[in-house]
Structure formats: structure tokens, C-alpha cells
Design a protein around this ligand. Sequence first.
Ligand code: NDP
Length: 399
Amino acid sequence: MAKVLIIGAGGVSGVVVHKCAQLPEVFSEIVLASRTESKCKAIAAQLNRPIKTAQVDADNVPELVALINAEKPDLVINVALPYQDLTIMDACLETGVDYLDTANYEPLDTAKFEYSWQWAYQDKFKNAGLTALLGSGFDPGVTNVYTAYLKKHYFDEIHYLDIIDCNAGDHGLPFATNFNPEINIREVTANGRYWENGQWVETPPLSVNQVFDFPAEIGPKKIYMMYHEELESLVKHFPDIKRARFWMTFSDNYLKHLEVLGNVGMTGIEPVMFEGREIVPLQFLKALLPDPASLGPLTKGKTCIGCFAQGVKDGKPVAMFVYNVCDHQECYREVKSQAISYTTGVPAMIGAKMILEGKWKKPGVWNMEQYDPDPFMDDLNKYGLPWQVVEVDPRAING
Ligand code: NDP
């Protein structure tokens, strides 16, 4: 029996709130707060149990502290934007409350994906006796837990890790992003980066691709290499990894739009002057694009996200693929959201449950792979993201 404060009321938040509300034995009280309270109320109206809503500016530490002190939650679940991670962590420290998020901190003015800012809070959380769980979404999140699970049960050493994220869904719109467009486009237009033999290798954005044959009825799809934040913590915590890469599918149509938008400067994050005021092109573009939360009823098809690992067990070579397949329409039927928000929101709920049940709770700042993966993997099967682990031909992915 615990009280949670959920901050942010976008696509992911909607799923977290639904999933927490389905488990009153764990989440006995839920407070949902965001910049725009009407969005919290709209989510609350979809539930069949009452929750409290509030307005908060999560960039403002005193406002957060006042809200946390008034509500006295056991845990704050941060599903606002990565820009708010540090202010919410500061407020948790000041009020003595555990913390969870789904994406690493990013400064507004540079698309820099790294854990350095949040890892720097390690001693503060440790000294305060508080737990901070970082990146409890799907990728990062489940992909970290998958890697820890493979290592624990199938490998003595993982040498090559490929994280593969496929969205084979279709929303029928000319161009839309599946989650916050600003965060999504910053990530996709950044340089690719992968880990090889103890160092990072940079590649121009989306310049490396290959075809991967996905399970279920998804079949072969082109996957593009890009940087993704879980690579940083995974190569740190599993030093046996010689090469770690992240891949994502994009349709030709998505890439065509992105190229044109990039060429005309619409994906820029540097402010430009427009009619006497500064605007950030990417923020303006976000205002024009469909709200990801509105894609729920439109999106059909499946997602498949998994970890393809190669290494050794008892001196013999092993290659395994662990993955989840999720159906956009089934997610919508359950929680009124498409699979991208669903696959992020369910692990956020499970991470919160791990902390509140004391299974994943120790003072400090932790990435997901630093805890025992087994209870989390059990809960993925129970709460909507069942997984499979299969032995694979290592040639299924190019070296
Ligand atoms: P949305 O843009 O849909 O929602 C963000 C919410 O945060 C909005 O309700 C927004 O308020 C609110 N917010 C923004 N700034 C503030 C602020 N200063 N104070 C209070 N509330 C604020 O994003 P998503 O739901 O798609 O994503 C949520 C998080 O999940 C992001 O951090 C994203 O990076 C992460 N994510 C992680 C994934 C993973 O697998 N690990 C995958 C997908 C997303 P308003 O409505 O007023 O704008």
C-alpha cells in the first residue's frame, strides 16, 4: 500500500496512470500532476477509480517541494520530459522521497544523451538513504533488464550486444512521431554512436543500416544504427561487452519527411529570430505535428523490441534473442494508447512496483541492469509485456 506522485500528463503518463490504477493493492493512492492540469483531469476521467490531480511546473524546485510536502508520496514517478529530471531529483532529495524516470537528463540547448549529470547524484541519494531508478521505460529500461537476464541465465560473457527496436505500426498520417516529437527528432538526427573495443565510434546520423528478419508476422525490415542512452550504462556495467549497438526501424516515408525538414532547418534546436521574437524551430515544428497521444486510435500493427546477444557459456559460443511483440490496437483497447507509450508506461509502473515492494530498493542512483532482473521479468509477463527468449543464428545480424 503506497502513495505515488506521477509528474507529466502526456502519452506515457496516461499508460502509467492506467497501469498503477489497475493495481490498488500496490498503488493505493495516486496523485497526477503536470504543467497543464486539464490534461491530468482528462486522464483521470478515463479511470474507474478516483485519483487526485494537481498543477505543477516541474522546472521549479520550490513548487515541486511544496507539492511533495503537501502530498507526502512514497515515490515520485517522473514521466514529464528529460529536461525536468534534475529539478525533480533535487525536489526528491529535499523532501526525502524515492525517484524514478524513463529517460536521461538532457539540457534544453544541446542534444546530449548521457548519464553524467544524474550519476553525479549518486552520493546525494546514498547519503539521504533514497533510491533513484533511472530509465525505467522500454529502451532504456526493459532492454537493460533483458541484457542482465541474458547475462544471468545464458552467458558467462556477452561479447556482442545489438538492441533492436522495430515499430511496424502504421498510423496512416503523412508524418507523426510516436512520442514527444522534440525528444524523438533530437534523438534521431543526432550522430550515430556505438561501442567497440573500449571506445565510442561515431557515425553520421542514420548512415548505417541492414535488414533484420523480425519474429511474429513482422518479417524483414530495414534497421538503422543510432545512439541510444542505455548503451552507456550497459557497457559500463557489463565490461565484457566488446561491441554494443542500437538499431531502429524507420519507414522510407518517415525518413523522407525528416530529411526535408532537416534541410529547411525545421529540426534545429538553436533559437532563430522570427517577427521580433526568438523561436526554436524544433519546438515550432512540435506545435504543428500531431500530438502522439492522438495516434492511439489510428495506429495498427505491432512493435518488436529486443536484445540480440552473442557470447560464451561454458566455453561454447552462444547467440540469444530476447524480445517482446506488442500490438498497437490491443494497447489502445486496454489503456487508450498506442504501443510506444504502452511499452514505456508498463515498465515505469513495474519499476515503481519494484521500489515500493522493496525488491529494487537501495540508497543511491541506479540503472536497471544493476538490480536482479528476475522479479521484473516475471512482472513483464504478468502486466502486459510478455517476452520470449530464443536461441538464434548469429549470422542473423551483420557484424
Ligand atoms: P509528452 O510530451 O507526451 O508528455 C510530457 C508531459 O510532461 C506533458 O504532459 C507536459 O505538459 C509535461 N511537462 C513538460 N514540461 C513540464 C514542466 N516543466 N512541468 C510539468 N510538466 C511538464 O511525452 P511522452 O509522454 O511521450 O514522454 C514522457 C517521457 O518518457 C519523456 O521523458 C520521454 O523521453 C520518455 N520516453 C521514454 C521511452 C523509453 O522507452 N525509455 C520511450 C518514450 C518516451 P504539457 O502537457 O503542459 O506540455
